[in-house]
Design a protein around this ligand. Structure first.
Ligand code: AMP
Length: 288
């Protein structure tokens, strides 16, 4: 069945409040749309978790290209969109309701002046390269949580730093939302699914494989006993430069604090960001 589409945040808030008051378990998946299998894995899991108590709960999604998380020279205006296609995919995944605000001003009216700034874990990695990005992410997610008041919300490990920023925000501001991270969904050849893959030409798509290849090679080296983070980073950079046009960062970090580590331990994360053509891609793996 097609999900119900709500375009007014106030109407969404009223509807969610009444469902919650009626005892429904609400599970939210925030997205920017142009949905792919990665998003669908989250949406299907939301359906499952919403119904986990025995009664049928509510699996809900938001589709909002959030302007506050884009820098002035980023791809906000050309970010891919397909609301009709997204609604069909949401139907497939068993989503009940979709919030897709009819304009950015519905979420951030002119004069908006309140921001959620998670400091430590937002610094470095993507936060270092995209100033203001995580402030925009944390603020919109806080607002979506207030509008929806979900019991749980699902995020992909693809955006690993984002997941840790949200976890930190929810814990430190006592938001009372259970946060679950979901594994990265990849193409058969290893490329992590991303809405931004739509920007890649055929030739760039081929070169983009350098990200996952570099990370998988590092994971194998770590599994074989390599502990030196500098050596692992150098190996990743070498592999990455075979396909990427520009490396934004390569880091080996602690999985919770995201602080760089000198020695890789089981659970340490390797994270990369790199440009293929004009497209900025990110990926990560856990070093086991
Ligand atoms: P986005 O629409 O890019 O903001 O992503 C919405 C949610 O889907 C975020 O929690 C992402 O981490 C998650 N996501 C995006 N790509 C993937 C993927 N390949 N595998 C798993 N989750 C993903």
């Amino acid at each position: 069945m097609k999900p119900e589409l709500v375009t007014e945040p106030a109407a969404w808030q009223a509807r969610c409040a009444s469902a919650r008051d009626g005892g429904a378990r609400i599970v939210l998946v925030p997205t920017m749309g142009f949905l792919h299998e990665g998003h669908l894995s989250l949406l299907r899991e939301a359906r499952r978790r919403a119904d986990a108590g025995g009664a049928r709960g509510l699996a809900v999604a938001s589709i909002f290209v959030n302007p506050t998380q884009f820098g002035p020279n980023e791809d906000l205006s050309r970010y891919p969109r397909d609301l009709e296609g997204d609604l069909a995919k949401c139907a497939e995944a068993g989503v009940d309701w979709v919030l897709a605000p009819s304009s950015p001003e519905k979420v951030f009216p002119p004069g908006h002046q309140t921001w959620v700034d998670v400091t430590g874990v937002s610094q470095g990695l993507c936060g270092g390269k995209r100033p203001g990005h995580f402030r925009g992410v944390a603020t919109v997610v806080a607002k979506l949580f207030n509008l929806t008041r979900p019991h749980a919300a699902l995020f992909g490990e693809k955006d690993y730093q984002q997941l840790q920023v949200i976890r930190t925000m929810v814990r430190e501001l006592a938001m009372g939302v259970e946060i679950a991270g979901m594994p990265i969904v990849r193409e058969a050849d290893g490329l992590a699914l991303s809405s931004r893959n739509a920007y890649l030409s055929k030739e760039e798509r081929e070169r983009a494989l350098a990200l996952s290849r570099a990370l998988f090679a590092a994971r194998d080296r770590a599994a074989a006993g390599e502990r030196d983070a500098a050596a692992l980073r150098a190996g990743i950079e070498r592999e990455l430069s075979k396909g990427a046009d520009r490396i934004d960062y390569v880091e080996i970090v602690h999985p919770d604090t995201l602080a760089p580590v000198a020695r890789a331990e089981p659970g340490s994360m390797a994270l990369v960001a790199a440009y293929v053509g004009k497209t900025r891609l990110i990926d990560n793996v856990a070093l086991t």
